[in-house]
Design a protein around this ligand. Structure first.
Ligand SMILES: Cc1cc2nc3c(=O)[nH]c(=O)nc-3n(C[C@H](O)[C@H](O)[C@H](O)COP(=O)(O)O)c2cc1C
Length: 655
């Protein structure tokens, strides 16, 4: 078998260890630790699952070197706590068992340590220390870190690295990026010290260099030390690429791998660049690693929005970086490396960059993924027994939920027929192919289709499941994956020729002429669907107005995607919140704004994005028959693709 991506498959030596290929799992911190910050069996299963997919190294997310002053989130592993050692040792073994290098990120929150984080909470009674005295916008006071504390933290980094080595880790990753401790000391915007730790770049880097020397002293020569640094802070007055090139030259003799990221975890607008949103290009930060690689003689890895194997191969082949580090792409599909090395690329679920993973961490202190229902539930995979009696299963609907249910039911050994009333699979995801920033969502529908085609599922197109068909096929189980229908608000004029439902627009945008679209578009409903349509049409140079009854738009988005959506809307969409539409005419929309004033918004085209509702008629008809009925996805409650995939997966799995 010839390997399609030979450069990704090449081993590489980092310090005195060999990584089996060029794909590393970037640090992805978890939230579901024990109350003491220890790794639980769930945490271990998460990291093991990643390692089992074939990447060369798995890095644990932020582990804090000094708990009292440095915790950047509510509950985190603390490497100055000896009681962490047993679970830390187990997690290293879980990773190494699969031939991946166990890597661990050593971190400290600096001025955010113990007090505030976008993913944490304000903690009362804590004192924060940063490079210089400062009053944070959150209301917290930051004290200048005394020199004695700097020296004790230098020791803490060494001790933390020692603990990691003792636990069996193959390498350590010292975090100097994303606005945490060392990033703060490096930044002339934040470091105003007049002692030897402030002033010139050498001085601002001194703390970090001392910590690196201490880590090296403890771990010994050859033990791989990775550094995670920014290539650009992307903030006026902060450090930029030319500064970071100089910084990389200062550290290259002390480290074995430089990972180049960017931005800040604690500044909203930068968060969606550090973790590139779906509105940015794949690999938008690779040029930073490329420039730093040209300046140093140690291996350099890049990170950010990478999920396309061909792009990753090109990065390595052309020498832009030595290693690609993937964060969310390996949450979406930990088996990405194995699949590409086995030429099964079509089965890879692409990361949608929808922030479901990080949003769920904030909302529920857990992790989940829109396209990978196993993430956060890895332990459940250990029980996958064949069913006692194989069943005949009829799936109604070939959207993501229906396809996922059919794939899993077939994997369980059931006889499965999937009926789709249109002539193609994909359901609501089909229309994502018309939208640039939803290309990965469309790709995901193709992934499900490819997986489905490799099963024994019988697929019937142009076939609507009716009670008559159920009588003929006589299944044991019917899975209703029939989707939802649009909500049509009772606004005068809503049925006019200039009004389209959002779902119709999504389906037909490709075929619509500029004449159909006109110049001015008003979208009724500022939920996620309305916002994304607005962004898309504004990108086609339409004059777009979004009208929302509630006080905010994108209220149904997770907190991080909401930031990304907000930044895109700011680029060219007029937004009316707290505004009620009272009539649609052939010249536009009239309504009342938040102050009760009458408004008229001229429009050539009005799009109704007032949401979706489930339609129980099919389920009611089937429930009267002698067949077991299961209902999944939007047919239960309209939602995001996450829910459809999750429902389909577990419905099929537990049949
Ligand atoms: C769930 C999650 C947790 C993360 N936790 C950390 C962390 O603990 N430390 C860190 O340096 N970066 C963390 N990151 C950032 C990633 O390492 C990576 O830099 C970022 O997600 C961009 O890469 P990607 O587009 O491949 O996801 C996290 C990312 C995600 C999605």
């Amino acid at each position: 078998m010839s390997i399609k991506y030979p450069n990704l498959a090449k081993p590489i030596k980092i310090g005195n260890v060999v990584a089996k290929n060029r794909i590393f799992s970037a640090p992805t911190g978890l939230t579901g630790y024990s109350p003491e910050g220890h790794f639980t069996t769930d945490n271990r299963a998460y990291y093991e699952y990643k390692a089992s997919g074939g990447c060369a190294a798995v890095c644990l997310g932020e582990c804090i070197v000094h708990k009292e002053s440095g915790s950047s989130h509510n509950i985190q592993p603390a490497l100055d706590d000896i009681t962490l050692l047993p679970s830390l040792t187990l997690v290293a073994a879980d990773i190494k068992r699969h031939g991946a290098l166990a890597n661990i990120e050593l971190s400290h929150g600096g001025k955010y340590g113990g007090i505030v984080s976008v993913a944490g909470e304000l903690k009362e009674g804590k004192v924060a220390y940063g490079p210089s005295e400062e009053h944070l916008a959150s209301g917290e006071h930051v004290y200048e870190m005394p020199k004695e504390m700097i020296q004790s933290l230098v020791c803490a980094y060494g001790k933390a690295a020692g603990m990691a080595k003792r636990a069996g880790f193959d390498m350590v990753n010292v975090h100097a990026a994303h606005g945490w401790l060392f990033s703060q000391f490096l930044s002339p915007l934040q470091n105003h010290r007049t002692d030897e730790y402030g002033g010139s770049l050498e001085n601002r880097a001194r703390f970090f260099l001392e910590a690196l020397d201490e880590v090296r002293r403890v771990v010994g020569p050859g033990f791989p030390i990775e550094v995670r640094m920014n290539g650009d802070d992307f903030v006026a007055g902060g450090l930029h690429l030319e500064d970071y090139i100089e910084f990389a030259r200062l550290i290259e003799d002390k480290v074995d791998l430089i990972n180049v990221s960017c931005g800040s975890h604690e500044v909203e607008k930068l968060f969606v660049r550090t973790h590139p949103s779906m509105f940015l290009e794949h690999g938008c930060n690779v040029y930073l690693a490329e420039a730093i690689k040209k300046a140093v003689n140690v291996p350099v890895s890049c990170v950010g929005g990478l999920n396309d194997p061909a792009q990753c191969e090109e990065i390595i082949a052309s020498g832009r970086a030595d290693i690609v580090e993937l964060g969310r792409a390996l949450i979406a599909d930990p088996f990405l490396p194995q699949k590409i090395f086995e030429n099964r690329e079509d089965e890879i679920a692409p990361c949608l960059r929808c922030f479901e993973c990080l949003g769920h961490a904030v909302d529920a202190m857990g992790i989940r993924c829109s396209v990978n229902p196993v993430i956060g539930h890895e332990l459940d995979e250990k029980c996958f027994n064949p069913p006692a009696v194989p069943k005949k299963v009829l799936v109604a609907g070939g959207g993501p939920g229906g396809m996922q249910a059919a794939i899993m039911a077939s994997a369980r050994g059931h006889q499965v027929i999937l009926c789709e009333q249109s002539d193609s699979l994909g359901g609501a995801l089909k229309f994502a192919q018309n939208v640039d920033f939803k290309a990965d969502l469309y790709k995901f529908s193709q992934t499900l289709k490819a997986r489905l085609m490799k099963t024994n599922v019988q697929i019937r197109y142009n076939t609507k499941v009716t009670p008559e068909l159920i009588k003929v096929l006589a299944p044991d189980v019917v899975i209703a994956a029939t989707g939802a229908v649009p909500v049509i608000p009772p606004i005068p004029g809503i049925h006019g020729p200039n009004v389209f439902m959002a779902s119709e627009m999504e389906a037909n945008l490709d075929n619509m002429t500029q004449e159909h679209l006109g110049e001015a578009v008003v979208i009724l409903g500022g939920g996620l669907v309305g916002c994304e349509l607005a962004i898309q049409l504004a990108g086609q140079n339409k004059s777009v107005t979004l009208v929302e009854m509630r006080g905010e738009v994108a209220a149904d988005c997770n907190c991080f995607h909401k930031i990304a959506v907000g930044l895109e809307l700011e680029k060219g969409v007029r937004v009316f919140t707290d505004t009620k539409v009272v009539e649609i005419t052939d010249t536009g929309v009239t309504g009342k704004d938040k102050d009760g004033n009458d408004i008229h918004i001229p429009a050539d085209l009005v799009i109704c994005a007032a949401g979706m509702r489930s339609d129980p008629s099919f389920m009611e008809a089937v429930s009267a028959m002698d067949v077991r009925l299961l209902v999944i996805g939007d047919a239960v409650r309209p939602g995001k693709v996450t829910q459809a995939v999750f429902d389909g997966y577990y419905c099929g799995k537990y049949l």
